[in-house]
Structures are given as structure tokens and as C-alpha cells.
Design a protein around this ligand. Structure first.
Ligand code: HEM
Length: 372
């Protein structure tokens, strides 16, 4: 059984043999839909046997799959590294991804960085690597992790994300089998969950792309613009008004850096804990233009220490956006629910469904949950 499995996998690494890729995916899918994270590891050996046994049968389905899957060739060619890893018989389980999650979670705190955590900038990396998606051309998104390449790494919107990429590179060294797209989005999930946010459905399957897959500049939002721009940019990704507002709630976290975006300061008083304070402050505070030499931004009248970008403030000026700002200010649970759903969708933009190792949503456990 095992040698058959090896042989199929080895074939899948060859560009001329595309059909083996589909059974591999299908078998990953079965294998990885273990119901419970905590018992995924002990079951792994058993599941492998079932998986190997099932491969022959699935091959037929695999051929059919290939016939309608136009992305398969590219997928096969690009996944050489991952396939090579599988060829030496390593099939990551949910428990393996939980280990990566744990290492990311343990790496976030840093007394000498910003507000004491790399969490916010790691979230921003996951978002900027996903938010390039264009539904019309089905390009961009988190699949290929193209921000590793110039010119995307040098796009103005990505200023400062080298910090997050270098941070994640340390994790990648330890878990070389994980794709960058999976690593960065799992980083976003780990950071959000560890900073007190909701559980976010996440599943692996992204593959590493190439420099030719980089997206054109201008796909990420420009903070100096208004409501039509937000609808253009997020509408292109497939998001509606409610989702734009929910996603913007991530600005409860982190801060603007003059040397990265030109803007300055945090949005809330607790920039390393996810809360609905961003919305509460938008509703409760009086926001005035900051008098300074930098780009136009708002500051809170009461303390003069917080900030809002023009794209944040506009959420209170547009009737349809404002409805959601008020709803999330009044109800953190509602914000968490809608935010978790929108973020999960965001982090999967551009990833063909066939690539995911499972059709089930996964939830990774927080460090605290594992201690309990
Ligand atoms: C609505 C349109 C958005 C605009 C115009 C925008 C713009 C910005 C800007 C200018 C910064 C400051 C970067 C710096 O100077 O370091 C920033 C930071 C950040 N953004 Fe956004 N953003 C938007 C949406 C989002 C979304 C959808 C998310 C996540 C779901 C997000 C998460 C973050 C986080 C966590 C930071 C803090 C990074 C840090 O502390 O290093 N943003 N954003």
C-alpha cells in the first residue's frame, strides 16, 4: 500500500503527470477532516492506512476532476516543493498545523517592538497578501503569497510588511513544509485569536506561486479616499458594505507608523487586544483633523492621542456603513461573529476550492485553550 502511495505522489511531482495530483488532494481531504484537533495526531497512523487503501478508487474520480480543473497544470508545476515533501512521506495533519499555530502564537510577544506584540503587523501581512484578489479575473489573493517578490513587496501599501515577513520566516525555517500562503494566513488567524479575537475558520491548501503571479499595484485601499473607493476596492474582492465595516474593525489593533504609511498613531487604547472599541470610539468620540505636517488624519478631541484614517471616519458619514458601525459599537459579540466570517473569507480569496485539504472548517486552538 505504502509503496503505491509513494509512487502516486512521485508521479504527481512531474508536470506531465497531472492526474495524480487530484487523488492526492482528495485523499488529503479525507485524511484531514478528522473531527477533533486534539485527537488528530493519534489517529494519523490509522488514517494513513485508510488513505492508502482509498487511493486506487479515488484515481478514477481524479481523472474526472482533472478534466474540468483548468488550474491543475499550474498547481502541479508550482507545488513541486510541497510535493517533494510529500514524496518523502510527510503528510501534515491538523496536529502539525496546530504546532505551527503554537509556534507563531508563542513568537508574538516582544517587549521591544511597538506596543509589545508582532500580532498587529502579522494580521496586516495576512490581509495584504489576501486583499489583492480580483474576482473578475480570478487573480491575486492569498494562494501564491506573491508579496515575497518584487515589485509587490515594494508596493507602497506594503511598506513595513518586511517586518512581518521576516518574523514569519523564522517560523518557516522550522516548518519548511508549509506553504507561504498557509503560513501567512495562519499567522493572521493565530495573531487575531491570541489577541482576544474570535475563533476564525481556517484550512490549509495554498501553494507557493512565482514572480510572474504578482498582482499590479493599486489593488489595496488608499487611506486618504472616501466611500466610493472602499466599495470599489472591497467590491472587487467580493465584499459588501457590512463586510467592509466588519473588516475595518481590525483597526482596533496596531498603529500607523510615519515611516511606513505616513500616518501616525493607534486607533484605540488597547492596540494589542481585539475589541469593538474601534467602533465605540468612532461613535462616541468627537474626531477632529489633526494639525500636523503629515497626511490628513483625524485625532480624538478628548486626548489627542488616538487616530482615525479618512477611510475609517467615512464609515460614520455614509448611511449604509454607519448602520453597521452603530451595530458593532453596541454589540461586540455581533462584531466578532461577522468579523470572523469575513476574515475567514478574506484569507481564502483566490484559492481554488479543490486545493483545500478539507471541505470542513477547521478551528485552531489558542494557547490558553490547550493549557486548560
Ligand atoms: C478599509 C481599508 C483599509 C485601509 C485604508 C487601511 C489602511 C491602513 C494603514 C494606512 C495602516 C498603517 C500602516 C503603518 O503605517 O504601519 C494600517 C494598519 C493596519 N491595518 Fe489596515 N487598512 C484597511 C483595512 C484593513 C483590514 C481589512 C484589516 C484586517 C482585516 C486591516 C488591518 C490592519 C492592522 C492590524 C494594522 C496595524 C499594523 C501594525 O500595527 O503594524 N486593515 N491599515
Amino acid at each position: 500500500m505504502q509503496s503505491f502511495f509513494r509512487a502516486s505522489v512521485r508521479r504527481s511531482a512531474l508536470p506531465s503527470s497531472r492526474i495524480a495530483r487530484a487523488p492526492l488532494r482528495a485523499s488529503y481531504r479525507r485524511f484531514s477532516t478528522e473531527p477533533n484537533a486534539s485527537d488528530a495526531a493519534p489517529k494519523a497512523a490509522k488514517s494513513n492506512i485508510a488513505l492508502f487503501a482509498g487511493l486506487g478508487a479515488i484515481t478514477v474520480g481524479g481523472i474526472a476532476f482533472y478534466l474540468y480543473s483548468s488550474d491543475t497544470l499550474a498547481t502541479t508545476a508550482k507545488s513541486g516543493a510541497q510535493a517533494a515533501k510529500v514524496a518523502v512521506n510527510f503528510v501534515p495533519t491538523k496536529a502539525d498545523y496546530q504546532k505551527v499555530y503554537n509556534r507563531i502564537a508563542e513568537s508574538l510577544d516582544a517587549d521591544d517592538y511597538d506596543d509589545g506584540s508582532y500580532g498587529p503587523v502579522v494580521v496586516r501581512l495576512a490581509w495584504h497578501s489576501s486583499g489583492t484578489y480580483d474576482k473578475a479575473s480570478n487573480t491575486g489573493g492569498s494562494n501564491y503569497a506573491t508579496m515575497r517578490f518584487a515589485p509587490e513587496a515594494l508596493h507602497g501599501a506594503n511598506n513595513g510588511l518586511n517586518v512581518a515577513r521576516e518574523h514569519m520566516e523564522k517560523i518557516k525555517k522550522e516548518f519548511s513544509w508549509i506553504s507561504y500562503g498557509d503560513l501567512w494566513t495562519l499567522g493572521g488567524v493565530a495573531a487575531l485569536q491570541e489577541m482576544g479575537g474570535p475563533k476564525i475558520n481556517w484550512r490549509p491548501g495554498r501553494i507557493d506561486g512565482e514572480a510572474k503571479d504578482v498582482t499590479p499595484d493599486g489593488r489595496l485601499p488608499d487611506a486618504s479616499q472616501g466611500a466610493p473607493h472602499l466599495r470599489d476596492i472591497f467590491g472587487r474582492m467580493g465584499f459588501n458594505d457590512q463586510e467592509i465595516v466588519a473588516l475595518s474593525g481590525a483597526h482596533a489593533l496596531g498603529r500607523c507608523h510615519v515611516d511606513r504609511s505616513g500616518f501616525d498613531g493607534p486607533w484605540t487604547f488597547s492596540p494589542i487586544t481585539l475589541t469593538n472599541d474601534y467602533f465605540r470610539l468612532l461613535v462616541d468620540e468627537k474626531w477632529i483633523w489633526r494639525k500636523w505636517n503629515g497626511p490628513k488624519q483625524y485625532t480624538d478631541k478628548t486626548t489627542g492621542t488616538l487616530m482615525m484614517l479618512p477611510t475609517d471616519y467615512v464609515l460614520t458619514q455614509d448611511k449604509s456603513f454607519k448602520k453597521w458601525v452603530k451595530a458593532y459599537a453596541a454589540d461586540e459579540e455581533l462584531f466578532f461573529k461577522d468579523f470572523a466570517k469575513a476574515v475567514s473569507t478574506l484569507f481564502e480569496l483566490g484559492v481554488p476550492l479543490s486545493q483545500f485539504v478539507t471541505s470542513e472548517p477547521w478551528q485552531m486552538q489558542t494557547l490558553d485553550e490547550q493549557k486548560a
